[in-house]
Design a protein around this ligand. Structure first.
Ligand code: PMP
Length: 422
């Protein structure tokens, strides 16, 4: 199957794990492979309300059986969904443009930022990924690629609360250093004549390894960018839709109000839909100068899927569940980290948390090899999870949102078994 994949889809086409998994079915937090083996899904945020949730499946098939067409016809479904989605944001963020992916959403957000400011400069962190279009890929520092950075892009250090620089005592020092780099990036863009169109960041710095952030840090970033005349784009592809527990959006969780918000992955529970939420001023500035349409973005079936996801989040109390079960599971992991010398910092929020693998006896030295062995052993033992962070030594635990306490107990048992074998 791997050979066929390479022949048909090309080389260097990533799969998870040394021994890739071949899933044929999903249900709730469970995945089943071609041999009928069951795996606990502690990783996937796309099936946000659970694999094949019956309410989402029913909404998709009902709408697909009635009408699915181009987004340039009138349809109530898109307006009802837009209204419902916008109801979860601050009242100033009252308009939305739909796309099919997170990449497209970030691509449009960059165009909006440039449209409203008349500037070109964009700031991102130095360890990130925001998607795969040409403009967005230019910002990615996380994946290897053949083209370099354009002259209008500046990076600031990704916050890392665990691996501090010499002389730093805690995350407040780390935050001050990142803010100083931000000032320098702004000055450099102005000196080069690009000016500052905006910053594009994930509010919880998920791909960067979801560091602990001092209160008000992200808001200070936003204020500095606005002082320079730029706008703040929050990439909510990972923290959005209640992932951090309690708050619906990552920017609400960290206490910052963005100008533009982009979203994707969990939005349609696997059905491809993304979006860009912004203010009336920004949407008007963009749409008055550009005729933007997206054939598939906001088609009736996508909107039915998106609406069903919002219904399930509400009806099943999934924000509260993420907060409760997340805290419970993270505490269990904290207990494990005290038992095993190769486990370092445990951090994260809601159902998005993890632990650093470190070389025993050494101060916080990342151990990527051990982390990789651990994640492969977890897969062998029937639990799906991933690695993340600038040193790729951090367990990334980010299950579908209906993850229960008994799922957390199962996860804990398998981790205990795997850690004792390492
Ligand atoms: N932004 C972030 C933070 C992401 O992690 C990703 C995908 N991993 C994207 C954007 C791109 O989304 P998509 O793959 O739907 O284009």
């Amino acid at each position: 199957m791997m050979a066929r994949r390479e022949r048909l889809l090309g080389p260097n086409n990533p799969t998870f794990y040394d021994d890739p998994v071949h899933f044929v079915r999903g249900e709730g937090v469970w995945l089943f492979d071609a041999d009928g083996r069951r795996y606990l899904d502690a990783y996937n945020n796309v099936p946000h309300v659970g694999h094949c949730h019956p309410a989402v499946v029913e909404a998709i098939s009902r709408q697909a059986g009635q009408l699915n067409t181009h987004s340039r016809y009138l349809h109530d479904g898109v307006l009802d969904y837009a209204e419902r989605l916008l109801g979860t944001f601050h009242r100033s963020l009252s308009t939305v443009l739909f796309t099919c992916t997170g990449s497209e959403a970030n691509d449009v957000a960059l165009r909006m930022a440039r449209s409203i400011t008349g500037k070109q400069g964009i700031i991102v962190t130095d360890f990130t990924y925001h998607g795969n279009t040409t403009a967005v890929m230019e910002l990615a520092t996380l994946l290897p690629r053949e083209d370099g950075f354009s002259s209008h892009i500046r990076t600031i250090p990704a916050p890392d609360s665990y691996h501090l620089e010499p002389g730093e005592v805690d995350e407040r020092d780390m935050a001050a250093r990142v803010l100083a780099h931000l000032d320098a990036a702004i000055a450099s863009l102005e000196d080069a004549g690009h000016g500052v169109a905006g910053i594009l960041i994930c509010p919880i710095f998920a791909n960067e390894g979801f560091p602990n952030l001092p209160p008000g840090f992200v808001d200070r970033i936003a204020k500095a960018v606005r002082r320079a005349g730029g706008v703040v784009i929050a990439d909510e592809v990972q923290p959005g839709f209640g992932r951090t527990g309690g708050a619906m959006w990552g920017h609400q969780y960290v206490g910052m109000l963005p100008d533009i918000i982009t979203m994707g992955k969990p939005m349609g529970n696997g059905h491809p839909i993304g979006g860009v939420v912004t203010t009336q001023d920004i949407m008007h500035a963009f749409r008055s100068k550009n005729l933007y349409f997206n054939t598939f973005g906001s088609n009736p079936v996508s909107c039915a899927a998106g609406m069903a996801v919002l219904d399930v989040i509400e009806n099943e109390g999934l924000l509260q569940n993420a907060a409760d079960v997340g805290a419970y599971a993270k505490e269990k992991l904290t207990q494990l980290s005290k038992k095993f010398g190769f486990l370092g910092d445990v951090r994260g929020a809601g159902l998005f948390f993890g632990v650093e693998f470190i070389a025993p006896g050494e101060t916080r030295k990342a151990d990527k090899k051990l982390a990789k062995r651990a994640v492969n052993l977890m897969r062998e033992n029937g639990v799906i999870m991933g690695l993340i962070g600038r040193k790729e030594n951090l367990f990334k635990i980010r299950p579908p949102m209906p993850f229960s306490r008994s799922n957390a107990d199962h996860l804990d048992e398998v981790m205990r078994h795997v850690f004792s074998r390492l």
